[in-house]
Design a binder for this molecule. Structure first.
Ligand code: FMN
Ligand code: EPS
Length: 355
């Protein structure tokens, strides 16, 4: 992987700023001959797009994707795919106040420290508007791994967790929180709305499970599947923690508790547990690949926070404009996309070496 592309065989990069005319992705290394149309990508973008309900940012974007290259007569040609979404609801004037002040927790200071010059309009390149293009690239990746099903959902908001006994996969698309527990989803309506009205924000934990991943994807040392998953998830805006399988919980178990016992099965081993999250030695075991991703609370909040100006003077920042009160909610389709991109890349890497 290079510093500005993700993936080794199926590679992608994105471009564009939140308040520029458009955002885009280039996906390279896609196998030829896959049937691909905008309609294969759009449903995933619709799941992530802003302005859907009061629990997300009020910015209105249609997020309609166009495929500009790499497809001929409805099939991928094996040449770079170029995907484009026009920005239509920038309203850049909202952000004039942050031109000379730093929003604590956002990337304003760090970008200035690095580049000495930044597009402050809505955070420019650091805005999670960019994640729309990852979702588009992820939709392409899914076509490379039709044997895999990926499901991500929110398991915790503001410290309030779902009850595993209430888990119902069909609930996930029915409520605005991608929540598998209808009772938790009900509680979260008030929780998130109260935070928003109070000018505050909340963090969230997203779980992602990929089933159908065969044993053998991954690589032992430098391209471990778990390391690439962690890198992919950690590269999502506002992600502050990634756990594979039991993650930090594994450190509190004994060896016998943490083992994933194996018994003879009809088609390979039958595992009696999955503490490892479907990965051992950097390589998939054939069990579900499972991870958890921690999103921090949105940094742009109406409650004043101490900060400094670009000239180093003390000030207070109270961020107006359109913001997600809990970014983990719309982060969920992005987590799925990164899972798809990592798995598709590793499928192709595995084929390249092992056939
Ligand atoms: C889907 C999504 C939506 C987001 N929406 C906002 C937002 O409305 N306001 C905000 O301040 N941060 C938002 N963020 C988080 C910022 O983009 C992120 O905090 C910022 O880029 C700094 O990066 P870091 O938090 O990873 O250090 C969002 C993140 C995601 C994944
Ligand atoms: C526009 C989107 O989300 C944005 C993510 C974001 C941020 O700071 O990450 C800040 C807000 O907007 P802006 O970039 O205009 O300041 C969100 O509305 C989107 O997800 O499509």
């Amino acid at each position: 992987m290079s510093w500005n592309t993700f993936g080794r065989v199926l590679r992608f990069t994105t471009w564009g700023e939140s308040h520029g005319p458009a955002i885009g992705a280039v996906v390279d290394g896609c196998p030829p001959g896959l049937a691909l149309a905008e309609s294969d990508i759009q449903p995933f973008l619709d799941a992530r797009k802003p302005g859907q309900n009061k629990f997300t940012t009020q910015r209105q974007e249609a997020d309609e994707v166009r495929i500009l290259s790499g497809v001929f007569e409805g099939k991928t040609t094996g040449t770079p795919l170029s995907l484009l979404i026009e920005n239509t609801d920038q309203r850049s004037k909202d952000y004039s106040e942050i031109a000379n002040t730093y929003r604590p927790g956002h990337a304003d200071y760090a970008y200035d420290a690095k580049y000495g010059f930044r597009d402050y309009r809505g955070g420019g390149r650091s805005s999670a508007r960019e994640t729309a293009m990852r979702v588009a690239a992820g939709a392409v990746a899914r076509l490379v791994i039709p044997e895999v099903s990926i499901m991500a959902y929110v398991v915790e908001i503001g410290g309030d967790a779902v009850d595993p006994a209430n888990f119902n996969a069909e609930e996930i698309g029915r409520n605005p929180f991608w929540c598998p527990d209808p009772e938790a989803a009900k509680r979260w309506e008030k929780l998130v709305d109260d935070a928003r009205k109070a000018g505050s924000s909340l963090g969230a934990v997203v779980e992602c499970i990929a089933t159908g991943v065969p044993a053998g994807w991954g690589a032992p040392i430098y391209a471990k599947l778990d390391a690439d998953l962690a890198s992919g998830m950690m590269s999502i805006n506002a992600v502050k923690g990634v756990e594979i399988g039991d993650g930090f919980g594994a450190a509190r178990l004994t060896g016998e508790q943490n083992a994933d016992p194996m018994r003879p099965g009809n088609d390979g081993p039958r595992f009696e547990a999955n503490h490892a999250g479907g990965i051992a030695g950097g390589i998939s075991t054939g069990q579900p690949v499972a991870c958890r991703v921690a999103f921090k609370p949105t940094s742009s909040i109406l409650t004043p926070v101490e900060s400094i100006t670009r000239d180093g003077e003390a000030t207070e920042v109270r961020t107006k404009g359109r913001h997600d009160p809990c970014v983990g909610i719309r982060g969920t389709p992005v987590v799925e996309a990164m899972m798809a991109l990592v798995l598709a890349d590793h499928k192709m890497l595995h084929r390249a070496q092992c056939g």
